[in-house]
Write a protein that binds this ligand. Structure first.
Ligand code: GLV
Length: 352
């Protein structure tokens, strides 16, 4: 049998790419152009190294539309909009879309489902790594770590100062978690070690048994916003959560509140957040995700001292990214073989 054809939209860790290379033919988009799937790992690593430290960018729309044409499987990333146009451009032979991410708001799942194309994601494996990073952001914002580093690097560390860079205590503070799925709960577990009071708001988790609440208390959104010292977002991006954090919800927060977002940029209205931080309506924001993403370096939000922004790296530990690539490859190969995807976001495609 002819090996099936795939398009992989970025160099992913070898843990996954090697499996795909063994079973398929096709191409990969790299920051220096599209290369055959069987390009030697050392050559791919060199391209990756060359792009390190610079944002490598993602596959341009016209390249995605062209390269998706005629493939049996597409391995995409959260930066690639796989919408109705891309799915149509691929053609009727498309058997699977495998997203190398837990989130899949970049994919038109309804369109894929209508065409009975299974869509895969990588849940579970990045839970603890992402929760670690949400906590890292929370601590760094509370204790002004990034500003401290800038103070030293710019030669402004003159002496020890009794009022220098005063921040907020994390221990014994109240943490409000919006979205109490796997990652939200993993953040709550970490908060217990800091003796925090933990509140959560998640209509989907309202009936979670006490034993699975990690010591957190369910509250309505308004109570959470009013009572929390730290607010951490862990919802998917969908119509119910888009711009959940905007002028009206920011207005309910404490002036000392610190907002942490490792979910999706679109859950927060960027202009309203900018205004809230600029005017001191809330104290600080620590963001791993932004809208737009990437956020340009000359964006007004980036000019504020009381915001810390990371380039969407919450799941970026070596081992987790390796396992994500492996899961994404397993989903892709299962779909190509006509088998059920191990991690499928639209299992309706298997219903008769
Ligand atoms: C990261 O944001 C992911 O969805 O995996």
């Amino acid at each position: 049998m002819q090996p099936l054809r795939v398009f992989v939209t970025r160099i992913i860790p070898e843990e996954g790419l090697s499996l795909i290379r063994e079973a398929c033919r096709g191409e990969i988009w790299t920051p220096t152009g599209v290369v055959p799937l069987d390009t030697a790992p050392s050559e791919l690593a060199a391209v990756d190294r060359e792009a390190q430290g610079r944002t490598p960018g993602s596959v341009p729309r016209e390249v995605l539309l062209e390269k998706a044409r005629g493939v049996d499987g597409l391995l995409s990333l959260l930066t690639d909009p796989v919408d109705a146009e891309v799915i149509a451009a691929a053609g009727p032979q498309l058997k699977v879309i495998s997203n190398c991410a837990v989130g899949y708001d970049n994919i038109d799942v309804a369109c894929a489902t209508a065409r009975r194309i299974p869509v895969g994601n990588t849940p579970g494996i990045l839970t603890e790594t992402t929760a670690d990073f949400a906590f890292a952001l929370l601590l760094a914002a509370a204790r002004r770590v990034a500003e401290g580093d800038r103070t030293v690097r710019t030669g402004q560390w003159i002496t020890w100062g009794p009022t220098t860079l005063l921040g907020f205590d994390v221990h014994h503070a109240t943490l409000g978690i919006i979205g109490f799925g796997r990652i939200g709960r993993a953040v709550a577990r970490r908060a217990r070690g800091f003796d925090m009071t933990v509140l959560f708001h998640d209509p989907a988790a309202a009936h979670l048994p006490e034993s699975e609440r990690e010591g957190a208390r369910p509250v309505d959104l308004e109570t959470l916003l009013r009572e929390s010292d730290f607010i951490s977002l862990h919802t998917p991006l969908n119509e119910a959560t888009r711009r959940l954090i905007r002028r009206e919800t920011l207005a309910l927060m404490k002036p000392t509140a610190v907002l942490v977002n490792t979910a999706r940029g679109g859950v927060v209205d960027t202009d309203d957040l900018y205004e809230a931080l600029r005017t001191g309506r809330i104290a600080y924001a620590a963001l791993d995700v932004t809208d737009p993403e990437p956020i340009p370096a000359d964006h007004p939000l980036v000019s504020l001292y009381n915001v810390l922004i990371a380039p969407h790296i919450a799941s970026a530990s070596r081992s987790t990214r390796g396992r994500m690539a492996l899961f994404a490859a397993q989903n892709l190969l299962a779909g190509l073989r006509g088998e059920r995807l191990p991690y499928c976001v639209n299992p309706q495609v298997y219903e008769r």
